[in-house]
Write a protein of this length. Structure first.
Length: 547
């Protein structure tokens, strides 16, 4: 086996070198002696050799003999293979701390079909790059879990964005002649277009495939929660196979069902439905969403859950009812493409009439302002004129709604005018715009407010503002007395200058209007759930870029 092809691809730097690529501020994995719940695999040469392949981890089950690894590793496990927890290089099988465990049976989703001539895939089925192995007792007669004293708890991933995930694996001999394990604890995000997580940390070369992604890792702990395994697209790395970009399928129903088959020691069903891959929470792809001209978040369906209303560049209007978990139910078309709604220039949603749902306030290109007090899944409802065509409202650049009077009564309205003035209207309703109070006189600062939305980003209603230089601020406690407390979320930057449309709403389980939705210049659309006064919330891709 000394010259055998490794189970997973060797991962190198783009220039072909095998040295980690250094970069200021990039996390780098730490080599250490390993942990009892993670190990590696050997073929016929056994753990005394140098050809360890891939990484596995012990999963806590009633079978007490289940190892997690990657499917592209399992496809190359021909013949006799053993799993060695907390492998010690050079030690014989009897001197390994927990013994060796022969692989008896492998369980892989039958829909995981690699690309031609490869054990890996770059297609949507790479989301299924997970295998569970049943192993025999060790040479001392102990089950795997009895020997190591525990196991990781299989856990469905709650999302792709995680603050701290620890990944432990065994780089191959070419990069790791001492046979050490590598560990790194870093944030994760989604690999766009896939049901996979991505992390950035150097030192993850060939051999780390199958490594567990653990949310509560501690050295040599007897438990923890695992939400994915290193693998997925291209075997778990980007097209350049660099050592510092790694992917992992995020565990869901498919992996859970596969684990149940392994525990029951039964074949996976042969009649599984075709795997459809990742589906954007919002339909249509980035090419369509580049034409999303205006967004307004509010409870339009009356179920106390936030929804997303979209006015498209062709005048069409759609409603995507929220599911309360950051996702959306099937889209409803409220208006087909038409010339009238191509003249909508600014809008905001809210309960302006104390009804069971929310309405929509619209400023048109000619200065007319209209209120649709009861927008719903069945249509826009009746229209009420609030300001006549040709009025001064033609200079109202942005509208933001919120409970700016301390949470009393109907929704209030904040207006940013073309000269930088800010006006707050309270008592807005079917009878008119209520009473207006100027919060700021004409000024140059607020003419640079590129995007504006109302929400609860602290303890009271306020605003989120994206400025022309890409910086982002929140204002908490906005009222007739003033704008409230200003907090900086992020300084000037190039990325956020590409944020084209922004709204907020109550789209997640905390039932607070602090979920920010942003449509970018390339059509990508993002949700920042539970955005706070000084920090963006957890990011979820609603529309994948480039689709």
């Amino acid at each position: 086996m000394a010259g055998a092809r490794p189970l997973d691809a060797v991962r190198t730097a783009p220039d072909g070198s095998r040295k980690p690529l250094a970069a200021a501020g990039r996390p780098q994995g730490t080599l250490f002696q390993g942990t009892r719940l993670v190990g590696t695999f050997f073929g016929s040469d056994g753990p005394g050799g140098t050809t360890w392949h891939c990484t596995g981890s012990v999963i806590d089950t009633k079978a007490r003999n289940i190892v997690l690894t990657a499917a592209h590793c399992a496809r190359n496990m021909k013949g006799d293979y053993v799993f060695v927890p907390k492998f010690v290089k050079g030690a014989s099988p009897d001197r390994q701390p927990y013994g060796i465990f022969h692989v008896q049976r492998l369980f892989t989703d039958p829909r995981y079909v690699p690309d031609n001539g490869s054990s890996t895939s770059k297609k949507p089925v790479s989301d299924l790059d997970t295998t569970f192995a049943r192993v025999s007792a060790n040479q001392r007669g102990q089950s795997l879990q009895d020997a190591v004293g525990g196991g990781l708890t299989f856990t469905r991933a709650s999302g792709y964005t995680n603050r701290n995930v620890s990944v432990v694996g065994y780089p191959s001999y070419q990069h790791n002649s001492a046979g050490s394990a590598v560990k790194c604890t870093v944030p994760t995000q989604q690999l766009p277009g896939y049901r996979q997580m991505s992390m950035t940390c150097g030192g993850y070369y060939g051999g780390v495939s199958g490594s567990p992604w653990i949310t509560d890792y501690k050295d040599d702990a007897r438990g923890g929660h695992v939400i994915g395994n290193l693998g997925g697209y291209n075997g778990g790395g980007n097209d350049a196979n660099v050592d510092y970009i790694s992917y992992a399928p995020a565990f869901g129903d498919d992996a859970a069902n596969l684990l149940a088959d392994a525990v029951a020691n039964q074949d996976p069903p042969g009649d599984l439905p075709p795997y459809e891959g990742f589906q954007d929470p919002l339909p249509g792809g980035a090419a369509r969403w580049r034409k999303a001209a205006l967004l307004a978040g509010a409870d339009y369906t009356g179920d106390k859950v936030g929804d997303l209303l979209v006015v498209w560049s062709d005048g069409g209007v759609t409603l995507s009812p929220g599911d309360g978990k950051g996702g959306f139910k099937p889209e409803k078309r409220l208006l087909k493409a038409n010339s009238t709604w191509t003249h909508a220039r600014a809008l905001t949603g809210g309960d302006f009439t104390r009804s069971s749902g929310s309405g929509l306030l619209v400023r048109w290109s000619d200065g007319e302002v209209t209120l649709y007090p009861q927008v719903g899944a069945s249509g826009m409802g009746r229209e009420i004129r609030m300001a006549s065509p040709g009025s001064a409202w033609k200079n109202a650049v942005q509208l933001a709604s919120g409970q700016f009077d301390g949470g009393k009564g109907a929704t209030d309205l904040l207006v940013r005018w073309s000269d930088g003035r800010l006006t707050l209207y309270t008592g807005v309703g079917a009878g008119g715009l209520g009473s207006g109070r100027q919060l700021l006189a004409a000024n140059g600062t607020w003419t640079k407010a590129a995007l504006l939305t109302g929400g609860t980003f602290g303890t009271a209603a306020g605003l989120a503002v994206r400025w022309a230089d890409g910086s982002l601020d929140t204002f908490t406690g906005t009222s007739a007395a003033g704008l409230g407390t200003r907090k900086r979320v992020q300084g000037p930057n190039g990325l956020w200058t590409h944020a084209q449309v922004m709204t907020s709403g109550d789209l997640t389980s905390d039932h607070t209007g602090n979920d920010l939705v942003v449509r970018w210049s390339d059509g990508e659309t993002s949700l920042y759930a539970d955005t706070a006064a000084t920090s963006l919330g957890t990011e979820t891709t609603l529309v994948t870029p480039g689709t």
